[in-house]
Design a protein around this ligand. Structure first.
Ligand code: ADP
Ligand code: MG
Length: 390
């Protein structure tokens, strides 16, 4: 990979695409993993004498300047972490290019790049405007590399482009898994985004021995198998696909492991949670977590694994009464000593303790990006730079 390591960028202006799409609560950053993971590249570029313009999106403002989605809290957090001032600029500021060039400061951040309608549609005019600010483009936004937007793909048509250190780290480790994962290989999938996750299940079943399913995606599989799921969250459009995946998994000698029991409540979660077996789901109740029998079963599978990939919580973990399954999976993984990769916005928000983070081989900053990389072996943001360097 053509990375920033050997790049000479003294006195050059570098547009650095990062993924600072993080969670905020009342204007304060609640999980700064993604910011911390981008610091090595920022520090390296500053040491090399470059002027940096940080570019990221935050949430989905759909081309409008939504105040709650300003990058200001993120800029403040970087300022604290680097002990250096960060100038936040709106791309629409008149003469912004000159302001940056003439400024004595060397660290800038653009406002939420999705404030501008040209970003997501990768508009050529917008790309040109963005490219005119810098001499070099560096992509360190692994978490957004599955999107072909102006600041991830379009810009590589105008500026010499390189990979950042985080991008290199993520890609190296994920390639390692795709090429030589030790068996038993266990894939754990939970959460709610069934359509994007089901594709990964399909493409990895040839390599994995066990695929553990929890969370809402497990409900969809239980429903496809003909079990009653009551009022649980089920993706009805994915039922047929789930049946196909089940059949293909059998052909590939890969076992799909579904919950044996579930923690249920009424759909509004007013009633005290109760455990029921997977085939005794009452019509008026919904499943919000995996039950104790399932935890034991999944624990046994994880214990024996040599390679583990995990994406997606086992239940509606935001409500602490339904976070036990997710916590149990995390505990089981950190105890194994297996080669482990964990990714996904909601998934990694469950791993704040350093002792846990240190026991996982790789905590990926990408959710959708990690899954798509595992599915395709590359991403649009990566291909765009590789194509340029051919
Ligand atoms: P990630 O961000 O880690 O990829 P997802 O975004 O796919 O994960 O899924 C996380 C969401 O899924 C959480 O908001 C969680 O509450 C929800 N979820 C998981 N299991 C259930 C369930 N059984 N019922 C309702 N929501 C669930
Ligand atoms: Mg999520």
């Amino acid at each position: 990979m053509k990375t920033v390591k050997k790049l000479n960028c003294k006195d050059k202006t570098v547009l650095l695409r990062v993924d600072f799409n993080i969670s905020l609560k009342n204007g304060v950053v609640t999980n700064d993993t993604r910011i911390k993971e981008a610091l090595p590249t920022i520090r390296l570029l500053l040491n090399k004498g470059a002027k940096i313009i940080l570019v990221s999106h935050l949430g989905r403002p759909h081309g409008k300047k939504v105040k709650e989605l300003s990058m200001a809290p993120v800029a403040r957090r970087i300022q604290e972490l680097l002990n250096q001032s960060v100038r936040l600029l709106d791309l629409d500021t008149r003469g912004i290019g000159k302001i940056i060039k003439r400024s004595p400061y060397n660290l800038f951040m653009l406002e939420n790049i999705r404030y501008y309608p040209g970003e997501e549609i990768n508009s050529p005019d917008f790309v040109k405007e963005l490219a005119s600010l810098a001499d070099i483009f560096i992509n360190d936004a692994f978490g957004t590399a599955h999107r072909a937007h102006a600041s991830t793909v379009g810009i590589t048509g105008f500026l010499p482009s390189y990979f950042g250190l985080l991008m290199e780290k993520e890609v190296t480790i994920l390639k390692q898994v795709l090429q030589k994962a030790k068996k038993p290989f266990v894939l754990i999938i939970g959460g709610a985004k069934t359509p994007e996750k089901i594709r990964v299940i399909e493409s990895l079943m040839h390599k994995t021995d066990n695929i553990i399913l929890g969370g809402a995606i497990a409900n969809t599989f239980l429903c496809a198998w003909g079990f009653g799921t009551g009022c649980s969250l089920v993706d009805h459009e994915m039922i047929e696909m789930a049946k196909v995946v089940f059949w293909k998994a059998t052909q590939n000698h890969c076992a799909l492991r579904l919950p044996l029991d579930l923690v249920i409540s009424d759909p509004q979660r007013k009633k005290t949670p109760k455990n029921v077996d997977f085939d005794k789901m009452p019509k008026n109740m919904a499943a919000f977590d995996i039950g104790p029998k399932t935890i034991t079963h999944f624990n046994d599978l994880i214990k024996r694994a040599k390679t583990i990939i995990w994406n997606g919580p086992m239940g509606h973990y935001e409500d602490l009464r339904f976070c036990r399954g997710t916590k149990a999976i995390l505990n089981a993984i950190v105890k194994t000593g297996a080669f482990s990769i964990v990714g996904g916005g909601d998934t990694i928000s469950n791993i704040k303790e350093k002792t846990f983070i240190n026991k996982i081989t790789h905590v990926s900053t990408g959710g959708g990006a990690m899954l798509e990389f595992l599915h395709r072996g590359t991403l649009p943001g990566i291909e765009a730079i590789e194509k340029q360097n051919k």
